[in-house]
Each structure stands twice: as structure tokens, then as C-alpha cells.
Ligand binder design. Structure first.
Ligand code: 6U4
Ligand code: NA
Ligand code: NA
Length: 158
């Protein structure tokens, strides 16, 4: 039995670029990723996604402009935690992405995504995101660098 913890992960996108943030502290330090974090008690997943985006890069997004595009589950050899990550995409938002204590935001062209400096799983599921396909993935890690096994598939609906 795993102890499931729910997290959000939000990507801002336009026609040619995706916004990533360089994580400045804590889990995923020095990796580029979307914006997000733990869903709090008595908070909906979508509200957490909006809050984390605002806290981490000072951008506001409306509920109706956040699209749930993916669902990722991570387990770790010898650990009972299951990280349940809900992935969202938005192309309409307010504000200018601004560096905070947690993240340094930067736009990347779709051909220039820095996979070498991201979570190893990202290069496996990003192709779905880039083709606008809904996806589900489960990854079992040894430590935080090695994927022991995984499964990714396209979903017809979330
Ligand atoms: P603090 O620092 O306590 O405010 P919080 O922002 O609540 O933390 P954090 O930053 O630890 O949570 O959340 C982890 C973030 O990293 C979430 O957005 C989910 C994301 N994430 C975790 N594992 C991932 C992985 N293997 N691949 C990936 N994103 C991952 O692409
Ligand atoms: Na976070
Ligand atoms: Na956070």
C-alpha cells in the first residue's frame, strides 16, 4: 500500500514556446520543470494549481483556462510514498513570469527543451504534451536519477 500525495504541475505555452522554471530549492533542485506543488488540505487540485503558479512565478490563470492534460504517478524503490502529479497546460494568463524564491522562469522553444537538466521521466512523456495528447504515466525510480521501469499511454479523456 502506498501513501498517495497529490501534486500539481502547470505549463504555460504559446505557439512556439513553453515556460519552464529552474527550481531553486527543495525537491527537484536545479532542474527545469513546470510550476506546482503539494495540494493542501481542503484545497481542490485546480485551486492548488492556480495558487502554486502564482506563488512560484507571479502569473494568474483562470480555472477555465487551465486544461488537465496529464496524470503521472511516481514511486521510489524502498519508499511507501506515491507522488500523484496532475499536469495542466494554459495559454491564457495574466502577468509577466517573474523570478521568485522558488523558481527562475524562462521560455524555451519547443525544439530547445533542456531535457538533460530535467527529471529523467520528462523526455518520455513530453512527446505527448508536445503533440497535444492526453497522457497517463507511471514511473518507478531507484533514487531520483534512475528509472527502473515505466509505462506511458495516451488517454482519450482525463
Ligand atoms: P515547498 O518547497 O514545500 O513549497 P511545494 O511547492 O508544495 O514545496 P514541490 O515543489 O516539492 O512542492 O513539488 C514538487 C513539484 O515537482 C510538483 O510540481 C511536481 C513536480 N514533480 C515531482 N516529481 C516529478 C517528476 N519525476 N517529474 C516531473 N515533475 C515532477 O516532471
Ligand atoms: Na513547488
Ligand atoms: Na510551492
Amino acid at each position: 500500500m502506498y501513501l498517495r500525495k497529490i501534486y500539481t504541475l502547470v505549463f504555460l505555452r504559446n505557439e512556439t514556446q513553453i515556460l519552464l522554471g529552474l527550481k531553486k530549492r527543495g525537491f527537484g533542485l536545479n532542474k527545469w520543470n513546470g510550476f506546482g506543488g503539494k495540494v493542501e488540505h481542503n484545497e481542490s487540485i485546480i485551486d492548488a494549481a492556480i495558487r502554486e503558479l502564482r506563488e512560484e512565478c507571479c502569473v494568474d490563470v483562470n480555472k477555465s483556462d487551465l486544461k488537465n492534460i496529464g496524470h503521472l504517478e511516481f514511486t521510489f524503490e524502498g519508499e511507501s510514498i506515491l507522488m500523484d502529479v496532475r499536469v495542466f497546460s494554459a495559454s491564457v494568463y495574466e502577468g509577466v513570469p517573474t523570478e521568485t524564491e522558488e523558481m527562475a522562469p524562462k521560455w524555451f522553444k519547443y525544439e530547445e527543451i533542456p531535457f538533460d537538466d530535467m527529471w529523467p521521466d520528462d523526455r518520455i512523456w513530453f512527446p505527448y504534451l508536445l503533440k497535444n495528447k492526453l497522457f497517463y504515466g507511471i514511473f518507478h525510480y531507484k533514487g531520483y536519477d534512475t528509472i527502473l521501469n515505466y509505462e506511458v499511454k495516451e488517454l482519450k479523456c482525463m
